[in-house]
Each structure stands twice: as structure tokens, then as C-alpha cells.
Design a protein around this ligand. Sequence first.
Ligand code: ZN
Length: 201
Amino acid sequence: MRLPILRYSDPMLRAKGRRIDKIDNHIRELAANMLETMHAASGIGLAAQQIGEGLQLTVLDISEVQDRPSTMKINGVEVDPKSAMPLVLINPELELRGGAEIGVEGCLSFPEITGEIERPGSVVARAQTLDGEIEFEAGGLLARALQHEVDHLNGILFIDRLSSAAKAVLASRLKRLQKETQQGKRTRARDRQSAVAEPAL
Ligand code: ZN
């Protein structure tokens, strides 16, 4: 089932997710619905906060992105990241590694808005999955997507990481989006999303 994606400045987007102690049917169903919602919106990541749940749960799938490569290592061995997609990560923890890289990011909660964000170029991720546990090293787009999603799980949004100059440029659009959200206006996410060249998370 597709779920509505909350937009900036819905207060739920600022909620820090609770740890998930038990992976029950509710969590399994939620993860399945989040995957369906993310794929329908042509997104590459979605956090529980974005569909109104304050939980440490996120889904990712970078397999459709051609022009921004990702790397993945499991137990030090290089694997094809696509073979591990989609990812359902529960209570994820990241160890940030590598030098800072600048990349463009979009977000499903900010239709048509993108910005350049500096983040470490690789991460080690540890998380529970629906089937057990996973630990891997990620680079490229996947590393960026993981950091974007884990930020969501802690109530942090990508606009918080924009330079003040970049945020000033986007100020009027952010204000407009905030107003639309407060007025409960909904635009068709899919139509809007198609206008964005960068993958949204
Ligand atoms: Zn996002």
C-alpha cells in the first residue's frame, strides 16, 4: 500500500525515531509499504518519519541510478550494490569515513528542491534487517543516501546541512513549501518528482 509522504515543514520530520525492539508483523508491513511508496515516487531512500512514524526504520534502493555510482563491501569483499537492494535497515548505525565530498541531494519531502551537501565519502553501516543483521561499507551515492536517511531518523533534514549561502538561495522556495504544507495543499508528488533530475531520498 502506498503511503502519503509528509512534506516540509510537517513536525513529524523533526521527530527522533524510537529504537525498534521487536520485528513484528507491523514492522514488516510498514517496511513493505515504505518500499512500495519509495519506488512509486521514484525515490532512492525513504525514512519512517517521512510517512509519519517516529521509528528507526529506513528503506533504500539505488539500483535504478545509472549516472552516480555506488560501492559496497561486505567483510572487506567488493560486492555489486545492486545485489543487496532493496535495503530495509532497522536501528542503523553509521561510522563515517573518508574525506568530505560534495554532491547534489534531493528529498521526497522537499519536491523540486535540491542542494549541494558536503558529506564523508564512505561509511560503515551496521543495522538489523527483516531477516537478521547486516554490516557493510558503502561509498559513492549509497554512502550519501545512508547518511541522508540516518539523518531523517534523527530528525535532521538535508537543508540543515546546506551552506548558509545555498540556504539563502532556497529561502523563498522553502517558505512557499512550508506554507503549502501548513495549508494542507497536496500536489501530485510523481509529476513534481519527474521534474527533478537528481535522485530524491
Ligand atoms: Zn529525505
